[in-house]
Ligand binder design. Sequence first.
Ligand code: NAG
Ligand code: NAG
Ligand code: NAG
Ligand code: NAG
Ligand code: NAG
Ligand code: NAG
Ligand code: NAG
Ligand code: NAG
Ligand code: NAG
Ligand code: NAG
Ligand code: NAG
Ligand code: NAG
Length: 788
Amino acid sequence: MAEWQSSAAVSLLLLLLSAFIPPAASEAAGGLLRWASTLHNLPQSNISTWPRAAANGSPCNFVGVSCSAAGDVVRLNLTNSGLNGTLQAFPFSSLPNLTHLELSVNLLTGSIPPEIGLLANLVDLDFSLNQLSGRIPPEIGRLANLQVLHIVENRLTGAIPDEIGRLESITELALYENRLTGPIPSSIGNLTKLARLYLYSNELSGPIPPEIGHLSTALTELFIDTNQLSGPIPASFGNLTKLTTFFIFDNNLSGAIPDEIGNLESLQYLSLHTNNLSGSIPPSLTRLNSLILLHLYSNRLSGPIPPGIGNLDSLADLELSDNRLTGTVPASIGNLQNLEILFLRVNNLSGSIPDSITNLTKLTVLQLDTNNFTGDLPDTLCGGIQNLTVHSNNFSGSVPTSFKNCTTFIRVRLEDNQFTGNISEDFGIYPNLQYLDLSRNNFHGEVSPSKWVSCPNLATLRISGNRVTGEIPGPIGNHPKLQALDLSSNQLVGQIPLELANLTSLVKLQLSGNQLSGPIPLEIRSLTKLDSLQLASNRCIGRGGYGTVYRATLPSGIIVAVKKLNCSDDSSEDDESHKEFLREVEALTEIRHRNIVKLYGFCSQSNHSFLVYEYLDRGSLASVLSQDNSGARELDWGKRLNIVRAKVADFGTAKLLSSDSSNWTTQAGTRGYIAPELAYTMRVTEKCDVYSFGVVALEVIRGSHPGELVLSLASSTEEEAAAAVVSLDDLLDRRLARPVPGFRQELENVVRIAALCLNVDPQFRPEMRLVCEMLSKGHKRKVTRGRQ
Ligand SMILES: *[C@@H]1O[C@H](CO)[C@@H](O)[C@H](O)[C@H]1NC(C)=O
Ligand SMILES: *[C@@H]1O[C@H](CO)[C@@H](O)[C@H](O)[C@H]1NC(C)=O
Ligand SMILES: *[C@@H]1O[C@H](CO)[C@@H](O)[C@H](O)[C@H]1NC(C)=O
Ligand SMILES: *[C@@H]1O[C@H](CO)[C@@H](O)[C@H](O)[C@H]1NC(C)=O
Ligand SMILES: *[C@@H]1O[C@H](CO)[C@@H](O)[C@H](O)[C@H]1NC(C)=O
Ligand SMILES: *[C@@H]1O[C@H](CO)[C@@H](O)[C@H](O)[C@H]1NC(C)=O
Ligand SMILES: *[C@@H]1O[C@H](CO)[C@@H](O)[C@H](O)[C@H]1NC(C)=O
Ligand SMILES: *[C@@H]1O[C@H](CO)[C@@H](O)[C@H](O)[C@H]1NC(C)=O
Ligand SMILES: *[C@@H]1O[C@H](CO)[C@@H](O)[C@H](O)[C@H]1NC(C)=O
Ligand SMILES: *[C@@H]1O[C@H](CO)[C@@H](O)[C@H](O)[C@H]1NC(C)=O
Ligand SMILES: *[C@@H]1O[C@H](CO)[C@@H](O)[C@H](O)[C@H]1NC(C)=O
Ligand SMILES: *[C@@H]1O[C@H](CO)[C@@H](O)[C@H](O)[C@H]1NC(C)=O
């Protein structure tokens, strides 16, 4: 292979060639070898055998080369041949008889040389799936015999040259997935033999040239979607009576759909979605009875669905969603026997759904949601429906009796309607069900352990806001895939079943607004993915966000911190403390990060309420921090930042308990975490907790009690607090390496927040809730930035 690296060797080869081979052939062979020698990685490419072949005779023996009987190179097919390099040295002038040039699926870079125009006999040109860049040379217009031009999936830029309109023999023109800009040249309207035009996924702009409407004799497929084309759909397009596929979706087209579209009698696939088209759907469109796919969604179409829609009896996919359509669904829709997909969602449609829709036995997806539909759903609606969304309408009555047997259901959304009925009697067992939302209707009855509670694929079950009664059945725990369970705002009673702990995929559990009682099973802790746990309002309300914190050892040996909230006899205070209590629970349960949420649950009785938190023995934290270098280093910046956040959960109290204490105030007071005002008021407020949190936060990042530093930070204004950040290095534990920039920013954030918490005047300290928010925002930034 070494000979390939040497241009001297190539020259020698060329000399030999010219001695033994006819001049035209030797020129072609020489040209090809010279080009080959400019390619990188040549030894690894399929043409590495060319030199040996050349030594034996003409280029006709080269891999990929085909010759005519007369010995002219007529075809070069090097598809997927590992070619790495440019076309600059390609021997265009030496291959005058070439009819096929196929270089797709290689690693060709650089631009297409203007000499391409010399290949006057070329019929088929394919440079697809390379990395060619630059403009398409206008000289390409000289290829008067070219029938097929494919340069798809490259990096071509600039405008399509007007000269493209001179390719008078062209039948197929494909330039999709490049970066072409500018308008579609109107000269394309001259290409009377053009049958297939593929210009999609570029950055073409400007109006669609009406001249394309002249291509009436041959054009069958027109793909100009996914560009930035604007202006109207030209009325002249009505001349394209051979057109079977017309895709212009994902552009900025405006104006009405022209009536003339009804002349496109061969049309099977029409997709105009995601434009700014307005006006009504032209009734003429219902003449297109070969249509299989009609996508008009995501436009600004208004007016009714044409009553004659039922004429389109080949339709399999009808999508009119996300427009401003009004009126009712025409009864003729029942004629669309081949319909598999019907999307009418997000419009202003009203009235009831015609019974004829139950004729559509091939239907798999029906989306009617977010309209103003009323009445019952047709009683036999099912067919083979997999996905049914009718939510956010005004449907009423009971669900179709056919639902009991609709085993094809995968995703069913009935929420936000006025459906009635018994949830355990009116539904069936759905082996494929993944998503069921019945929220905010008038359903009653019990959550039956034998119904969808036995759907092995269930990932989301929402029955919130109904009148569901009875207990939560234990078998609900048998759903290894369940991620979201929302039974909130019903009339459920009894205990939270232990079995919920088996829902290992659970991320969101909402049980608030019921009459559940009994303890919160601590087993729920094993749900490591749980990000949101809502149990409020069931579940006497305590005296605000402050109270006494106890360390409790459960029979199982697990230690938790229990905060007892005192009830007031004064009813005027009740209201305020009720709000505070809810706020605290809300703050803890709504925050979506498990390093922050360490509330296991709460329990509220007529005289007392309790919050149950994770317990972290302060003694162990303090001893780790005070250890010599190795212990302290193990607690790296990441871990320390997490401790600061976890601390928020118990509002700076529970974790301060020493192992034998049941009274935080006493402990804190003796250890120098006590807020200054406590000395004269003796009233423990939430703001005292905020202060203590500030001290502990500093302690964690400093590795020791901040001592005097507290005094200097405590008087800080916000500006001073910001200035204090400059001296961050003075605050950081010197036993650890300096933090990387990401952590540094986090630590600055913590110091800034801690300084606010240490303000001497309690009224200027932020509420704990705000502290939570500030910390969690800082954390989210870190997660986003640091995702690896
Ligand atoms: C193509 O050649 C260039 C230049 O030698 C080289 O850097 C690159 O890795 C090659 N590409 C492949 C996929 O071999
Ligand atoms: C070109 O060659 C490839 C691989 O050898 C082959 O699959 C392909 O059919 C050829 N193309 C034409 C148009 O003959
Ligand atoms: C050409 O090279 C490619 C790799 O670039 C290889 O997959 C293919 O099999 C080769 N074809 C021939 C005909 O040698
Ligand atoms: C090849 O092209 C040359 C130059 O255009 C022409 O003279 C010659 O007749 C062609 N050969 C064939 C077999 O068409
Ligand atoms: C091709 O199209 C352009 C623009 O539409 C027009 O000006 C020109 O006369 C046409 N050329 C031929 C040969 O038809
Ligand atoms: C094309 O359509 C326009 C407008 O509908 C019409 O006036 C014209 O005669 C048609 N041209 C051809 C070639 O059919
Ligand atoms: C229902 O389908 C049958 C054919 O199976 C058809 O004759 C009838 O007209 C359709 N009904 C409606 C209301 O569309
Ligand atoms: C929905 O329809 C009802 C009558 O059925 C009408 O009173 C109401 O205004 C409509 N709402 C909207 C948003 O169109
Ligand atoms: C139905 O919904 C499921 C879950 O979202 C989805 O995976 C599936 O593709 C949908 N089925 C159809 C036919 O659209
Ligand atoms: C439910 O489906 C089964 C099997 O397809 C059928 O035998 C049964 O009659 C259906 N029951 C109802 C109530 O439609
Ligand atoms: C949880 O699942 C395990 C095994 O899957 C089972 O042994 C256990 O009984 C289940 N626990 C509950 C409370 O259902
Ligand atoms: C906690 O300590 C405070 C202040 O020393 C004291 O007033 C209070 O009675 C103690 N509470 C308990 C439950 O020991």
